[in-house]
Design a protein around this ligand. Sequence first.
Ligand code: GLN
Length: 408
Amino acid sequence: MSSIVNPSPQPRTAVRGRLRAERTLGLAESVIREMTRLAFQHGAVNLSQGYPDFPAPAAIKEAAKRAIDADINQYAITWGAKSLRDALARKVSGQFGWDVNPEREITVVCGSTEGMFASFMALLNPGDEVVIFEPFYENYGPDCALTGAVPRHVALRPPDWSFSAAELEAAFNERTRAIVLNTPNNPTGKVFTRAELETIASLCRKHDVVAITDEIYEHILYDGAEHISIATLEGMRERTVTINSLSKTYSVTGWRVGWVIAPPELTDSIRKVHDFLTVGAPAPLQEAAAAAVAYGDEYYRELAAEYARRRERLLGILSSCGFHCYRPAGAYYIMTDISGFGFANDTEFVKHLIQEIGVAAVPGSSFYSHPAAGAQQVRFTFCKQEKTLAEAERRLQKLRTSRRKSAE
Ligand code: GLN
């Protein structure tokens, strides 16, 4: 009997690639998430993936519970609950004096990961070039691969992770359609300065390029560093897509609530991609988000102060064990140089770290287009409770011992 659902019952051969889209074949598994799995498997203290192991603020949890009890359990408006979009518009207005229209310029999405991908899908055609600073957060490469965009990398060089303006300029050409920014930066902890952002902005204006900026660590800043949204620079708001989320600021990485702020025309396309991709972000959590983004300055000050303490703690631990640490000015990661340990590369080192020492971190090569560039770098996160950091410290002592032994 012929099937209405599948009228052509011709067998498809399970040849590599026949049953799968080519665009997925070159994609590697996320190294960051793989490290978390390995940490669980080997019982290692997980300083790899950047998620807090301490509770979210009681107030945000209460707000979510209240929303569920109030039966806010059906779809929100596809581009975001009005309460949240209004609260976000008030937040950026208070923060930067940036006047955003919540009806036409904000899209609530399922985390900044979706925000970034929906923006790529909405704004880029296959073959369009995208300038990406490296080291980079590992999603941007797959975002390019899935949309057919072509990444052009520009180096951020230690110790301060600055870039060469000449190299940046040389990366722009007539095919360039976007530049991806991430400030405060994962994995380096760099916070782009106003002068650097002006250099980027002038190239965007000159080449008619969109800035897609991931600002998820905007409130995690140290030593007086200032976060500047490139959208607030002269002539940039009409060509900037600003992506953010609840995850890091309110310690709820599993809630998957993020947002994209972009001019109306770009928002129009981003909303369409978002609608057909996910319909919407979790409705009760959007209500909780509306309450959270209205927190006063004190909340953000305390968040940054807490992380400053954790940063000092992990810098102390790692330095005393023989890592050379690049001191972050923002976000909650420490990039380290491991050349003092004499390992062939970062993956060998991390394997040893997880299996023999019992601490998980992220191999530096996963943040570079050419693995060799990160072969002597490893990233650690410090968004962890004191007892986790103390246990990591205890275990890392073995590294010091094994290092001394091998030096003898
Ligand atoms: N941003 C986090 C990190 O870099 C993790 C993000 C994720 O795995 N989705 O570790």
